[in-house]
Design a binder for this molecule. Structure first.
Ligand code: NDP
Length: 317
């Protein structure tokens, strides 16, 4: 294996976690190199307005916010590159990482910030109206539909939590459950079922999201008898789970049963010393831009301490 380059700190992924790690690592003199991955900017590039990230009192478009993060990281001296990690070998130090199936590089420390991807139903109308009333994040986008009628699909804890969040803002929430029972915990189910403005549609699936330029309604299908009906509404939220983008590290980095990277509580440390994880790839609970950014900061600080100790050890030997 020919090594084409050697670096102190490699960051994989370019959402709020990766860019924040890059800003901190660059300012700490670690000369970080960040590979942006398949979707530079991550999940925020597929949302519209962001109004809950502190520091933007007028709100900001998600894609623009990610351009700002990138600009700031570059300004601090981070080396931001197109390309993705396609293989890793963490069995020996320095770590070895294959980029774009083309070349191998070496890194003394690695920060994994590969994020997660929302699962989608896969409907054409869902893709076309994404950002125009279709969203996979009620906390991000629910506010734009204050006082209006909306729908949410999913029957897990996330769907229940988001339905309850929406119920506080919206006039009515239609919840589509594909079976005759919910997967969510009992307590969450009870809260949903006792909310006066949530209507649960059992045995119901989404046939189509209606609307030309923005969501105007929903056609739902009964999974038992195939009958369909239309409901006029303004937004459609998808809450059928997320998938962490961690496949690259399977069998190498410790993960839970759903593929989320396990970090030592209160830190960004993984089971491999010198490899850190931050953002949604290790967080299935909060999943916010601001929490991802915070954990990116933690990863850079953890990596800085690790590199400091490594340099000390090397100087002694
Ligand atoms: P889950 O995997 O638990 O639930 C996904 C839900 O989406 C299921 O009800 C599933 O239906 C439904 N679904 C999947 N595909 C489709 C589809 N194509 N059409 C319609 N419905 C579909 O994901 P969550 O994000 O809800 O939760 C992930 C984890 O995070 C869980 O362990 C959860 O407990 C945890 N969590 C905990 C919270 C808390 O404690 N406060 C808050 C949020 C999450 P079906 O049941 O029929 O398979």
């Amino acid at each position: 294996m020919e090594i084409s380059e050697k670096m102190h700190c490699l960051i994989i992924g370019s959402g709020p976690a990766g860019y924040t790690a890059a800003i901190y690592a660059a300012r700490a003199g670690m000369n970080p190199v960040l590979y942006q991955g398949l979707q530079p900017g991550g999940q925020l590039t597929i949302t519209t307005d962001v109004e809950n990230f502190p520091g933007y009192p007028e709100g900001i478009m998600g894609p623009q916010m990610m351009v700002d993060f990138e600009t700031q990281a570059k300004k601090m001296g981070a080396d931001i590159r197109w390309g993705m990690a396609t293989k890793v070998d963490f069995s020996t130090k320095p770590f070895k990482i294959e980029i774009d199936e083309e070349k191998w590089i070496e890194a003394d420390s690695v920060i994994i910030a590969t994020g997660a991807s929302a699962k989608w139903l896969g409907l054409e109308s869902e893709e076309r109206l994404n950002g125009y009333g279709v969203s996979a994040c009620a906390v991000c986008d629910g506010f734009f539909f204050k006082g209006l009628e909306v729908a949410i699909v999913g029957a897990g804890d996330t769907a229940c939590e988001e339905a309850l969040y929406l119920a506080k803002l919206c006039s009515k929430v239609h919840m589509l459950i594909r079976r005759d029972e919910m997967r969510a915990s009992k307590v969450m189910q009870q809260r949903v079922l006792s909310a006066t403005n949530i209507e649960v549609h059992w045995n119901s699936e989404t046939a189509e999201i209606l609307g030309d330029k923005k969501v105007s309604g929903l056609r739902i299908r009964n999974t038992q008898n195939g009958s369909e009906k239309e409901i006029p509404l303004s937004a459609f939220f998808v809450a059928i789970g997320h998938k962490p983008n961690s496949d690259l590290f399977t069998g190498i980095i410790d993960m839970d049963s759903e593929g989320y990277i396990i970090t030592k509580p209160g830190t960004s440390k993984t089971n491999i010393e010198g490899v850190f994880a931050c953002g949604d790839v290790q967080d299935k609970t909060y999943r916010q831009a601001v929490t991802a950014a915070g954990s990116g900061c933690m990863a850079a600080l953890d990596a800085e301490r690790y590199l400091g100790a490594l340099a000390f050890q090397q100087a002694q030997s």
